[in-house]
Ligand binder design. Structure first.
Ligand SMILES: *[C@@H]1O[C@H](CO)[C@@H](O)[C@H](O)[C@H]1NC(C)=O
Ligand SMILES: *[C@@H]1O[C@H](CO)[C@@H](O)[C@H](O)[C@H]1NC(C)=O
Ligand SMILES: *[C@@H]1O[C@H](CO)[C@@H](O)[C@H](O)[C@H]1NC(C)=O
Ligand SMILES: *[C@@H]1O[C@H](CO)[C@@H](O)[C@H](O)[C@H]1NC(C)=O
Length: 484
């Protein structure tokens, strides 16, 4: 008997174990992705040949209905069919949930359950943070903006600033950053996408307040008596709005029929219809708001503009001992003379411990005076052949020009090289990139070297620094000889 009972228990245990698994359902769990107003039918299909079953449906953990309890009212839009399927009509967002069908069977079998899901899909919507889509901060303050996106499935939010995608490590709905620069201002656009319907976008305008930013379109303005001249200041940034004024010698410029102010597209001009000698001089344009001010300086002058060397292979004739330089200068008055400054080019000086000398080579500029022309201009061209140079050597040159108003600022540096040939050779370096030439006898000036460069010949020779100094002395001597 005992053996028999044990056997039955084992059988029962076995059955419970077996029927507890979802295998006894003839339906399979489903996830229904659907849309608003649709109808969904969730199955709860089990073998009920052994008599009627008791079925309960749960939405997440809330009991919806019970097949044996007619008094339990199903919520509106929800029905349970005779075959235990659950039907939900006219779907709304709130119907997105897990739905569990629980089958309660006669003793000794326990309940079995199967869970389905409904996902009511909605195209995204966004709400900006702040609501009005407008943020104004002072420079250095924090900007905190966002886009609350809703929709099913959960939308992904991406950003653009002024039309350019922002490279964020991962999509996010909130942006918080320090407005460290006025250029962080702009229109931030968020775009929410979830694959349902069209993506939606919303804009947030971020304004960064700071002192104004102004640049001079040309700070050195060349003119001559009787001509029209204009000084132009470009206000790049003014938030909050700035007030503007032109000053001369600390006092506001007095305008009349001849001297007028004009403003167009943030460009402020001071126009001299016919320049008088008394107009020449320094001017200041000032933009000012409550966070600060910006000054830009101008010089209205009769002295020539900065000359520029021309790089044209047909004209820049090189021999082992000479080189022909060509330059141009704008001047409304006759050029009286040019000063051409020449020196061998060494690039970076050696700092090797085994170099022959710790003395820098005497790399001084040599001045050559070149006569002007008699033309009125405004464009003056000059050609000059420098002689007595060393073969296979790189030189640098600068030119200044003088008219009756005075000397121009120095030109950009030109690098040029002589042809290879017999004779002594001065070493030169092939590394020209980090040279910062210094003008010794002229006022220092930032030169834009890329404007004029001739690198046709790069000498490969390497001679000790002591020989170099000697060679320079010879060169300097030759140059002085040429000039005199
Ligand atoms: C669903 O029905 C409501 C009410 O009739 C309607 O306003 C809504 O636009 C419908 N939604 C869709 C996605 O058709
Ligand atoms: C259950 O009944 C409903 C309504 O009669 C029917 O539409 C559905 O197909 C039935 N489901 C199964 C699995 O038989
Ligand atoms: C004009 O400004 C320059 C510096 O930009 C200064 O060297 C010069 O002395 C000023 N001239 C006058 C007349 O103030
Ligand atoms: C130098 O001049 C070139 C050509 O005029 C310009 O493109 C470049 O921006 C200038 N560089 C600097 C540092 O001014």
């Amino acid at each position: 008997m005992d053996t028999m009972r044990s056997f039955i228990n084992v059988l029962v245990l076995f059955s419970i174990h077996k029927t507890n698994s979802e295998n006894s359902f003839k339906s399979v769990p489903v996830t229904v992705k659907t849309y608003e107003n649709e109808t969904v039918l969730l199955p709860c299909y089990v073998d009920d040949t052994e008599g009627p079953l008791r079925v309960r449906w749960y939405k997440d953990t809330t009991l919806l209905g019970d097949s044996m309890d007619a008094h339990h009212l199903l919520p509106p839009r929800v029905r349970m069919h005779a075959n235990y399927s659950l039907q939900v009509d006219s779907l709304v967002a709130g119907d997105t949930a897990d739905y569990t069908c629980e089958v309660i069977r006669p003793e000794p079998w326990g309940p079995i359950r199967q869970t389905h899901s409904i996902e009511v899909q909605y195209s995204p919507t966004v709400k900006t943070i702040p609501d009005d889509g407008f943020v104004e901060v002072r420079k250095g303050e924090y900007v905190d903006i966002g886009c609350d996106a809703t929709g099913t499935p959960t939308p992904v939010v991406n950003w653009k600033k002024n039309g350019e995608p922002l490279a964020l490590l991962e999509p996010r709905s909130r942006l918080r950053f320090k407005a460290e620069h006025r250029l962080l201002a702009g229109v931030y656009e968020c775009r929410a996408t979830n694959g349902v319907g069209d993506p939606v976008t919303a804009d947030i305008r971020v304004v960064v307040l700071d002192a104004p930013v102004v640049i001079a379109e040309r700070s050195f303005v060349h003119t001559a008596i009787g001509l029209r001249a204009s000084l132009a200041a470009h206000v790049l940034f003014a938030a909050p709005p700035a007030t503007h004024a032109w000053y001369r010698h600390g006092r506001p410029v007095r305008t009349d029929d001849r001297v007028v102010m004009m403003v167009q597209d943030n460009v402020h001009q001071l126009i001299f219809r016919t320049v008088r000698k008394s107009d020449l001089g320094n001017y200041t344009f000032r933009a000012e708001n409550k966070l600060g001010m910006a000054d830009v300086q101008f010089k209205l002058t009769g002295v020539p503009n900065v000359a520029s060397f021309k790089v044209e292979h047909a004209l820049n004739k090189a021999t082992p001992v000479s080189f022909t330089l060509v330059w141009e200068v704008d001047s409304y008055s006759t050029i009286i003379e040019y000063n051409l400054w020449i020196r061998p080019y060494y690039g970076r000086l050696s700092t090797e411990p085994d170099s022959f000398t710790t003395e820098a080579p005497s790399n001084r500029w040599v001045k050559i005076v070149v006569g002007g022309d008699s033309t009125e201009g405004p464009i003056h061209s000059a050609v000059y052949t420098v002689r007595g140079l060393t073969p296979s050597t790189v030189y640098e040159a600068i030119v200044t020009s003088r008219n009756r108003f005075g000397w121009s600022k120095p030109s950009a540096i030109l690098h040029f090289a002589t042809e290879p040939g017999a004779g002594r050779q001065i070493p030169s370096t092939s590394d020209y990139s980090d040279v910062s030439p210094v003008l010794e006898e002229l006022e220092p000036e930032v030169h834009n070297i890329s404007q004029a460069q001739v690198f046709e010949h790069v000498s490969e020779s390497s001679v000790g620094a002591r020989e170099t100094s000697t060679a320079i002395l010879i060169l300097v001597a030759i140059l002085f000889f040429c000039i005199s």
